[in-house]
Write a protein that binds this ligand. Structure first.
Ligand code: COI
Length: 362
């Protein structure tokens, strides 16, 4: 099915960020956004591109009270020939389907979702940066805006896509990667079995703010969550999935508990490591084993993976104020190779022999 979305162009184009090497993460937003409505019985309708600006919302809208919402994260990349491409957008569609099912929200058909992303990215394509380490972050999100205080799925939803020219999430945006310090949280939890941990919903992040605040007090950039039952096994990092390289085995938490977000970068890392013949395991790993490995020198690397985080190496794990060093605290070889390969495939400087890129045709 082909879609043709009406466009209302802004009459006040924004000034572009002055320095592409200092974009930070989601500090600038482009001129336009995509908006679409859903009504029970009618389905999705009125997809359109409009200026990116504040919009009115009824104070009694369900989302403002009961948080029935979801979001996705993806990026558009500028290739050396100037053309634009996405990275594995089919995986965003698949994850969104699972999130919507969990949240009793209406699915968006894959062709409609991709047409909407393509249309809004095309509209603001000249905002896509090309400096090393940059890309255009794409944030699709959906919320129930039925005017209702019933604790029941809404009957009306809005779906929007906003765009942000972006650099690195954690590190200085100099186009490279560097190590950060992460706080190990053993008091609060992010997700429990049966909850929404595997779904991309705002509540997973809102509930994590208390721990993020603690992390900042210890000069850490983010939180490493432990499991909800025993507060013992490593799960994921606030914005991303976590990988630990110990004695040449790269370990990440399994998806089976339903508490881990199935990251698209996580899956790409696992596939690349397997291709390179690196031993990679999706298994439980206790934080005590990580600390012991730090002490005896067998903790070779720790890194985060995510759309925003890309590959973010970790140099220190901080637990109750004590730093546990990861190897020599410098960027490790596997993290560096993964970053170079993934970002290279994404931006078209490394051949995509995995079939992951999705050229937009402009
Ligand atoms: C992403 O990587 O796309 C995310 O959604 C992480 C975000 C919470 C910063």
């Amino acid at each position: 099915m082909s879609y043709n979305f009406p466009v209302t162009r802004t009459t006040h184009p924004k000034p572009r960020p002055e320095d592409e090497t200092k974009l930070g993460f989601a500090r600038f937003f482009t001129d336009h956004m995509f908006v679409m409505e859903y009504d029970e019985g009618q389905g999705w309708h009125d997809g359109r591109i409009v200026p990116h600006e504040p919009f009115l919302i009824e104070p009694a809208s369900a989302v403002l009270h009961y948080a029935q919402m979801m979001f996705e994260g993806m990026k558009a990349y500028r290739r050396p020939d100037g053309k634009i491409q996405l990275f594995r957008p089919d995986r965003n569609v698949a994850r969104m389907k699972n999130t919507c099912e969990r949240m009793c929200m209406p699915e968006i058909p894959e062709d409609l979702f991709l047409a909407a992303v393509t249309a809004v990215v095309k509209e603001d394509a000249d905002w896509i940066p090309s400096a090393p380490g940059t890309s255009m972050y794409i944030r699709p999100f959906m919320f129930g805006d039925e005017v209702s205080f019933s604790v029941l799925p809404a009957k009306h939803y809005k779906f929007m896509i906003i765009l942000s020219p972006t650099g690195s999430y954690y590190a200085a945006n100099d186009g490279g990667i560097t190590t950060t310090r992460i706080f190990v949280e053993d008091e609060y939890i992010r997700a429990a079995p049966g909850g929404t941990g595997y779904a991309k919903v705002g509540g997973n992040y809102g509930g994590g703010m208390r721990a993020s605040e603690k992390a900042m007090q210890y000069d850490c950039k983010d939180v490493l969550w432990l499991d909800a039952i025993e507060h013992k096994y490593v799960e994921e990092i606030g914005t991303s999935n976590a990988f630990f390289r110990i004695n040449d085995e790269v370990i990440t938490a399994p998806l089976t508990s339903g508490t881990i977000l199935p990251g698209i970068t996580r899956d790409s890392v696992i596939q690349l490591l397997k291709k390179w013949g690196v031993k990679v395991s999706e298994r439980k790993l206790s934080i005590d084993d990580v600390f012991a490995a730090s002490k005896d020198g067998s903790l070779q690397e720790v890194f985060a993976s995510g759309t925003a985080a890309v590959i973010s190496p970790i140099g220190w794990l901080n637990f109750k104020g004590e730093d546990y060093e990861v190897a020599d605290t410098k960027v490790g070889p596997i993290a560096q190779k993964l970053y170079d390969t993934l970002y290279g495939i994404q931006t078209g400087t490394v051949e995509d022999d995995m079939g992951w890129t999705y050229p937009l045709g402009f």
